[in-house]
Design a protein around this ligand. Structure first.
Ligand code: SAM
Length: 354
């Protein structure tokens, strides 16, 4: 039989074919990796009062195991990894993991999400190890409020961490604020102005009812439209205009806006809104999430997951690939946060990989 010499359209133009495509034809090229399910803060919208169950120590993936799994994901087309948790900086010697990931050919970008508490010490070593981008949570610029929402957070330390991060030379630093009515809804403009003065990109997140709604106060949700309205109202004479979808690198689920008209000679006053509740973005989802114990979650809003730890420990790369494909085949079309108490996720973000 003659050899098949036909070439796919992608090969003909030199573009790699997408290897991880889900049943909705969404291409997966981004993996969030939880390096610990523990956190040094206890944000009230994230950790329920009665706490969360943590993975057994024996089940926590070692750095070598995380790197081995990431190598398989990269062979399947993943190009960007974000280290998260829990609070990733509480995992001892995180920079060593970053160096191991940096050595994986084909991995284009390593990002990190942090609450900033340990960044005064760790920002420079993490940057030197190879972290490209940083997201830092910042829910208030008021020290007392900050302590209250984080249960034990120290705003002074976080601001020092942000300064250290600015000095360390990351490609971008984004600030993530969960917008909560009656808590920080009077601070959105102050957070924007503070971020813009420091060349940081502020982003506001709608609160999600994770953990069976045990940490969720329904009336406290601030919708994306309200977030935009409040920011525009703080600068009379401006309006909020939507940026092009590719205006910001690594945009993920955030949609970006800026105040118009621009001020002559001043930087663009841009902010992001992540609106899983009122303007959800499931059709553009490009991600999978690996938990601390090696469970692969195809969606933050569903508890179901496929174990990669067993296949890795017992089978190796082929067994892992097959488990990844099983998870991908089960990736749901969208979230079910509207089903609070009726099938929304029982797990908190720290258990899945925020
Ligand atoms: N500790 C790291 C941090 O602070 O970025 C990484 C993990 S944390 C779970 C990731 C992000 O999820 C934080 O910005 C946090 O504010 C946000 N988050 C946690 N629970 C949330 C919820 N119920 N709704 C919306 N955002 C939430």
């Amino acid at each position: 039989m003659a050899a098949d010499t036909t070439m796919s359209a992608e090969a003909a133009v030199g573009v790699e074919p997408a290897l991880l495509v889900d049943p909705q034809a969404r291409v997966i090229d981004y993996l969030r990796v939880s390096v610990t399910d523990r956190c040094n803060y206890g944000c009230s919208y994230c950790i329920p009062h009665d706490g969360v169950e943590h993975a057994d120590r024996a089940d926590v993936l070692s750095f070598e195991e995380i790197a081995a799994l990431v190598r398989v994901f990269v062979s399947l087309g993943v190009r960007r990894v974000r280290l998260t948790g829990g609070e990733p900086t509480v995992r001892r010697d995180l920079a060593a993991l970053v160096r191991m990931l940096r050595a994986i050919p084909g991995l284009a970008e390593i990002a990190l999400s942090s609450n900033g508490h340990l960044l005064a010490e760790l920002a420079a070593p993490l940057r030197a190890a190879g972290v490209d981008r940083l997201n830092i949570s910042l829910d208030s610029l008021d020290a007392e409020r900050f302590r209250r929402i984080t249960r034990r957070g120290d705003l002074g330390r976080v601001l020092a961490g942000i300064e250290a991060a600015r000095a360390a030379g990351f490609a971008s630093i984004k600030l993530n604020t969960v917008a909560i009515r009656g808590f920080n809804d009077d601070e959105l403009d102050r957070i924007c102005a503070w971020a813009w003065e420091r060349d940081l990109l502020p982003r506001f997140i709608e609160e999600m009812p994770m953990a069976d709604g045990r940490a969720y106060v329904p009336g406290a949700q601030l919708a994306a439209a309200e977030i935009r309205r409040r920011i525009a109202a703080a600068w009379p004479g401006t309006s909020v205009v939507a940026d092009a979808p590719n205006a910001v690198r690594g945009a993920g689920p955030a949609r970006y806006f800026r105040l118009a008209p621009d001020e002559t000679g001043a930087p663009v006053r841009r902010f992001g809104v992540i609106s899983p509740m009122t303007e959800h973005f499931c059709t553009t989802c490009n991600r999978l999430r690996l938990s601390t114990a090696g469970a692969l979650h195809a969606c933050l809003a569903h508890d179901d997951a496929v174990d990669l730890r067993g296949p890795l420990r017992e089978g190796g790369a082929d067994a892992v690939t097959s488990a990844i494909r099983t998870a991908l085949a089960g990736k749901r079309p969208g979230h079910t946060f509207q089903l609070l108490g009726l099938g929304g996720p029982r797990k908190a973000m720290v258990q899945i990989g925020g």
